[in-house]
Design a protein around this ligand. Structure first.
Ligand SMILES: Cc1cc2nc3c(=O)[nH]c(=O)nc-3n(C[C@H](O)[C@H](O)[C@H](O)COP(=O)(O)OP(=O)(O)OC[C@H]3O[C@@H](n4cnc5c(N)ncnc54)[C@H](O)[C@@H]3O)c2cc1C
Length: 444
C-alpha cells in the first residue's frame, strides 16, 4: 500500500487524512501536540469558527457531514449591538442560508476520530516535525515525550502544520521560494458569556453577535452548552488598546462604556481579561506550495489569513476538495497534481486573503454605517429579484463555490456600480424606485 505522510493533525490535516484514507493509501499523521481527544480543551482558547458552504462541501465529500452537524449551530445573520445596547439584525443570505458556529477543538477532535476510524490511518502524537531533507524526503521528528528523534521516509508529504509551518520554513531555504508575512496591528482575546442558569442561551444563539466600534470590535458565537465565546479584536497600542487597559478598573470602565449590554452578561470578564492570552493575527503568503512531486502545503501553512471573512478553515477545507478533484482528473499523477493544485489555487488564496483584510473594516465599522446599510439593502433587493444577475459578494464567498478570485473580481464590478448608485442625489428616498433598479440593470 503506497504511503502518504501528513504533518499536522489540525483541521485541514485531519480532513485530508480522511480523503487519502478513502483512496486506499496508508496514511501516517504526525502531530506535535498530545492527542487532543484525551485532554481537556483549555478555556480561553476555545475559538469557535464559522463553518460555511465551502467547508461543508469538503466535509460532505469526506462522508462525515452527519457527524459534524451534531456540533454545528446555525447563524442566519449578524446581530449588531450599539453603544446603547440596541440591536439590529442583518440576515446573511436567503432564508435557508446560514453559517455555522462550531468549536474548533470539538471539530478537530471529531475529524481525528473520523480519520482514526479508517484502518489505514495511524496517528503519531507528540511528534514535532523538525526538518525535512529534500534530497531523500526524509522527515525528522522529535518525540516530545521521550525526547528521541525519529526519521520517517517513503511517502508523499502533505504539510498541514499551520501558519508557522516547519516544512515551509525548510522550503524557504530553497531557490526562488517566495514568502511574505504580515501582522495586524490588532490582536485578539477570548472572553466568555456563560450559559444562563439552567443551561439556556442569554442572547440569540442563531446570530453572530457584533459590537462594532470603529477601530475595534467584539464578536460572540454560540457554543452548544449555552455559553458564547466572545472575541475582542483590539489594537495592541494606542488610546483604546491592550496596551492602555492595565488594571481591573480600566477593564470595567472601558467595557461598561463601550459594551454595556455585553458586560451584564460577562460575570468573569475581569478575571478572563487578565488570564486569557492576547494573540496576534498574521497573514502568510508564499509560493510555490509544492516541492517537486514530494511535498504539498495546504491550509494555513501556505495561506494563513485574518479571520474576518470566516474563511481560513473553509478555504483550507476547500483545498482538500480541490486537490481531490485535480488528483483524480490527473489519474493520481503526483507531480502534475501538486503543480496544478498550486497553479489553480494560489490566486484564490490571495483573493480570500485580501477580502479577509478588507472585511475587518466592514465588520468593525461599516456595519453600523447608515449609507453602508442602505447599499446592502439595495443589493439585497436586486439579488432577490435577479439572482442570476447579481449575487452579493458576501454570498459568493460564503454560500457559493465560485472560486474566490472570481468572487473578488465580481465584487469589484458590483462595487463600482453601487458607488454610482449611492452617489445619486436623494438615494435615501429613491433606493426602492424603478429608476434605480433600471440603472443598475443597465450597468450590470
Ligand atoms: C481568532 C480566529 C478566528 C477564526 N475564525 C475562523 C472562522 O470563523 N472560520 C474559518 O473558516 N476560519 C477561522 N479561523 C481560521 C482557522 O482557525 C484556520 O484557518 C484553520 O485552523 C487552519 O487549519 P490548519 O489545519 O491549516 O492549521 P491548524 O488548525 O493551525 O493546524 C496545524 C496543526 O499542525 C500542528 N503542528 C504545527 N507545527 C507542527 C510541527 N512542527 N510538527 C507537527 N505538527 C505541527 C499543530 O499543532 C496543529 O495541530 C480563525 C482563526 C483565528 C485565529
Amino acid at each position: 500500500m503506497e504511503k502518504v505522510i501528513i504533518v499536522g493533525a489540525g483541521l485541514v490535516g485531519s480532513l485530508q487524512a480522511i480523503y487519502m484514507a478513502k483512496k486506499g493509501y496508508k496514511v501516517e499523521v504526525y502531530e506535535r501536540r498530545p492527542d487532543m481527544r484525551k485532554v481537556n480543551l483549555v478555556a480561553g482558547r476555545s475559538i469557535n469558527l464559522a463553518l460555511s458552504n465551502r467547508g461543508w462541501k469538503a466535509i460532505s465529500e469526506a462522508g462525515i457531514q452527519s457527524e459534524i452537524e451534531k456540533i454545528a449551530i446555525p447563524m442566519r445573520g449578524r446581530m449588531m449591538h450599539d453603544e446603547e445596547g440596541n440591536t439590529t439584525f442583518q440576515q446573511y443570505g436567503k432564508d435557508d442560508e446560514a453559517i455555522y458556529s462550531v468549536s474548533r477543538g470539538l471539530l478537530n477532535q471529531k475529524l481525528m476520530t473520523c480519520a482514526g476510524d479508517f484502518e489505514n490511518v495511524s496517528f503519531f502524537f507528540n511528534h514535532q516535525c523538525l526538518d525535512v531533507n529534500l534530497e531523500n524526503n526524509e522527515l525528522t521528528f522529535l518525540n516530545t515525550e521521550t525526547n528521541e528523534k525519529k526519521k520517517v521516509t517513503e511517502g508523499k508529504i502533505f504539510a498541514t502544520d499551520g501558519a508557522f509551518s516547519a516544512i515551509r520554513k525548510r522550503l524557504m531555504k530553497t531557490d526562488r521560494f517566495n514568502y511574505q508575512q504580515m501582522y495586524l496591528e490588532h490582536g485578539y482575546k477570548e472572553l466568555t458569556i456563560p450559559a444562563a442558569d439552567g443551561g439556556g442561551f442569554k442572547i440569540d444563539k442563531n446570530a453572530l453577535h457584533i459590537w462594532p466600534r470603529g477601530e475595534y470590535m467584539m464578536i460572540a458565537l454560540a457554543n452548544e452548552d449555552g455559553s458564547f465565546t466572545c472575541t475582542l479584536f483590539f489594537p495592541f497600542e494606542g488610546e483604546n488598546s491592550f496596551g492602555s487597559i492595565k488594571t481591573k478598573a480600566d477593564v470595567e470602565k472601558f467595557f461598561n462604556r463601550v459594551f454595556p449590554d455585553a458586560v451584564e452578561l460577562m460575570p468573569n470578564l475581569v478575571e478572563e481579561y487578565f488570564e486569557n492570552p492576547t494573540a496576534s493575527l498574521v497573514t502568510v503568503r508564499c509560493s510555490p506550495w509544492n516541492y517537486k512531486d514530494q511535498i504539498i502545503m495546504m491550509g494555513d501553512s501556505s495561506h494563513a489569513i485574518v479571520p474576518f471573512y470566516g474563511q481560513g478553515m473553509n478555504s483550507g477545507f476547500e483545498d482538500c476538495t480541490v486537490f481531490n478533484e485535480i488528483f483524480e482528473s490527473n489519474k493520481r499523477d503526483w507531480e502534475k497534481s501538486f503543480k496544478e493544485f498550486f497553479d489553480t489555487r494560489k490566486k484564490d488564496a490571495d483573493a480570500i486573503s485580501n477580502l479577509a483584510l478588507q472585511n475587518f473594516i466592514e465588520m468593525r465599522d461599516l456595519v453600523a454605517d447608515e449609507s453602508f446599510l442602505l447599499r446592502k439593502k439595495i443589493e439585497k433587493k436586486i439579488y432577490s429579484k435577479y439572482p442570476e444577475k447579481w449575487v452579493p459578494l458576501y454570498s459568493q464567498v460564503t454560500f457559493s463555490h465560485t472560486p474566490y478570485s472570481e468572487a473578488l473580481a465580481n465584487g469589484k464590478r458590483q462595487e463600482k456600480i453601487m458607488d454610482c448608485i449611492m452617489a445619486k442625489e436623494n438615494i435615501e428616498q429613491l433606493w426602492d424606485s424603478q429608476e434605480v433598479e433600471d440603472e443598475i440593470l443597465e450597468m450590470i
